[in-house]
Structures are given as C-alpha cells and as structure tokens.
Design a protein. Structure first.
Length: 388
C-alpha cells in the first residue's frame, strides 16, 4: 500500500500529497529561492507542503511574509558553520513526526542530507526527489579530489529515488555521471520565475528606455560573492575592456567581499565598479543594464539568466553549465566563452552590443522557467513516486 493510500481521511478520500522540503536558512541563494517558490505553489494547489529550516537567519525571509515553517533544534545554539551536520542530526525526528510522502531535496548542496536520511532511517525514510542544481562535471575541483567526487555521484545515483535535471542537456549528464537509468530521471525547467515576474521585469525595462541615461555601457553581475561565481575574473575582464564611462555593478553578498574590494582598488576601478550588496527585487538593476555577465566556474541553470531574458537583456557568460547554450537559444540571446578566460570574457563584453537581439523572443524563452509550469510537473513526479 502506498503512503497516499495509507493516509486516507476518515471519509475515505486520499489526503493531499505531503511534501517535506528542508533548507538551511533564508540566506540568499538560487537553490533556496526556487525551493521557496515551489513550496508556495504547492501550498496554493492544496498539497500538504511542509517546510523545515535549519535556522531563520537570512535576507530572503523578508521576501516571504507569512510563510509557515518549522525550525530544527534550538536556535540559541549557533549552527551556521556546521549547518549540514545540524540538519542531519535533527531532521530524522521531524520526518518521523510528520511522515511525509516525499522528501524534496532542493539542490546539490542538500544531497548529502538526503542520503544520510536514507541511511539513518532505512525503510522509514520516504522516497527522495532530488533536483540537480549544478553542473556535475566540476572541472574546477583539484585533480586529486575528482575520483572521490565521481564515487560520491555514484552513491547519490544509487540512493536517491528520482533525479531532476533543470534543462534537457542535463539528462545525459545525470545518467552518465551518476549511473542512473533513464526511467529515474525527469527534466523540469528550473522555475526561476513566475508569470507575474516576467510582466514586472518587462515593464520596468520598457519604462527605463524612455529615461535619460549617461554615456557608457552598464554591465551587471549577480550572485553570492563566493569562489564559484569567480567575480575576480569578471572584474579583471572589465578592467581590460572598459571605456572611461563604462560601469560594472556586482549585486550580492558573501565572504569574498574583502578580496574583491582589494582587487577593485588595486586595478584603480573604485569609481567604476560597485558592490552594493544583496538587492531584491532586481528590477531596477536589470532595467538599466546593457548586459548581464556571468563569470562562474560552474552553475546549473542560473535563475539570474532567466530573469535577464525576462527583462529583455542579453547575456555574456562562461560555459559554466552543460545547459547554458540551451538557455540562450543556441547563442540567440547571448555570447558564451570558455571558463576562466579573462581575455575571451572581455572581448565578449565588448562585442555583446553587436548581437542581433530580439527582446520579445528572449521573453518568450524565459516563460519556460516559470513556477506555474514546473510546480505541476514536480507534483506529477512526486505523486507517481509516492504511489509506486
């Protein structure tokens, strides 16, 4: 008997699917934002969606007023520096109490928690649907670490019940590197947006076209100030190509701020590059930029690219994901360069204005990545798995 059949109400009707999503915190991150968006959509659809947080800190909490969630353990004990172990220790109790039909693992950084739940709980662990949120090849890893990483991917492939790729090119990557048969892989475009977001971003950019602006080009980087995003490469590339009136804004916060500030000062870019911290929403920044630039070493299906397309903004990016070319319509909506190549990135930033760019087509492309589509597709995958 399936969990859904076993969980019938007194009247005999099956209760709604119970989904448990677990997140470390409300600290800004694409994986967490998408998970919160899906959770809200499932709740609106009448599913029994449960959200468990490791701690309540983080700027994104302001974006979700009235959100219902549980907190693991005692928040008076600081857990930020060992949040994964904290979750592994406390999540089994919540699973035993709530008895969800499905665990939703929101991204690669949470798969170790999901695997540990299966090891610790055994048959009492519900099936896991895991979203693969980053490139699996990870060429950025030191060579000695790569064999161990490959073994870890295979372990995940054996333990996790359904793997979800965020764009069609990820299917082959998941199957090959994780050793997963095709029947256990689903492809659901990452829900980085809602239809309302597309309308709002489009309107903001259209309005900005009628406003006065100064000379020069405006480049925009968005993401955590962390090694993965390689904003040092972006600053280096900008220094190589920037004219006197060109400007770069890098929106985000993180441990890499001091190093980036030192680099900006060393290159004499203090009046040209700004680091304003975390900003939400991003409408005003996307509205006035000439291009979004991604300098990452590795990514999955970046939400900021979908947001840029929704705003009608071209993209310059490294080939940091197997899905990037698909997102950009085979190069229709942006330029791609090798990872880690500052000269190539600088040239693409200079050349992006020459790209024949169709804003209406870019916005149509962005509609692939809406929660209105993805939440129902995830729901189908989860209901089928719970009944299996």
């Amino acid at each position: 008997m399936s969990p859904l059949e076993a969980g019938q109400t007194a009247g005999g009707a099956a209760r709604p699917l119970r989904i448990l999503t677990f997140l470390h915190s409300f600290e800004p991150g694409g994986v967490e934002r998408v998970a919160l968006r899906l959770h809200a959509a499932w709740t609106a659809q009448g599913l029994d969606a449960r959200l468990v947080m490791g701690r309540t800190a983080g700027a994104m909490k302001r974006e979700w007023p009235g959100l219902a969630y549980d907190v693991l353990g005692n928040e008076r004990i600081p857990s930020a520096h060992w949040e994964t172990l904290w979750m592994i220790i406390h999540l089994p109790r919540v699973i035993r109490q709530t008895r969800p039909d499905v665990l939703f693992c929101a991204g690669n950084s949470y798969t170790i928690v999901a695997v540990m739940m299966q090891l610790l709980l055994g048959k009492a662990c519900p099936p896991v649907v895991a979203k693969i949120s980053n490139d699996l090849t990870r060429n950025d890893l030191p060579a000695p670490a790569r064999p161990f990483y490959r073994v870890w991917l295979r372990i995940q492939g054996r333990r996790l019940d359904r793997l979800v790729g965020m764009a069609p090119p990820m299917r082959e990557e998941i199957g090959t590197l994780m050793g997963v048969e095709d029947a256990r892989i689903a492809v659901i475009d990452d829900p980085s947006l809602a239809e309302a977001d597309i309308q709002r971003l489009s309107a903001a950019r259209d309005a900005a076209k009628h406003a006065q602006r100064g000379p020069g080009r405006r480049f925009l980087g968005i993401g955590r100030l962390a090694a993965q995003k390689n904003f040092a490469l972006l600053i280096d590339a900008f220094a190589r190509m920037a004219g006197p009136d060109d400007r770069l804004a890098i929106i985000g916060e993180g441990a890499g701020r001091k190093a980036l500030e030192a680099q900006i000062e060393r290159l004499g870019l203090g009046g040209k590059v700004r680091l304003p911290g975390h900003i939400s929403p991003l409408d005003a920044e996307l509205a006035v930029a000439d291009a979004l630039v991604m300098s990452s070493d590795y990514e999955g299906v970046p939400a900021v690219v979908a947001e840029a397309l929704a705003a009608g903004l071209p993209v310059v990016t490294t080939r940091c994901s197997v899905s990037m070319e698909d997102m950009l319509g085979g190069g229709q909506f942006g330029l791609l360069v090798p990872v880690g190549d500052a000269d190539a990135l600088a040239k693409a930033m200079s050349d992006i204005a020459k790209l024949t760019f169709d804003e209406a087509a870019a916005r149509a492309q962005s509609r692939r990545f809406t929660v209105e589509i993805a939440s129902h597709r995830y729901r189908t995958v989860m209901e089928n798995l719970a009944r299996a």
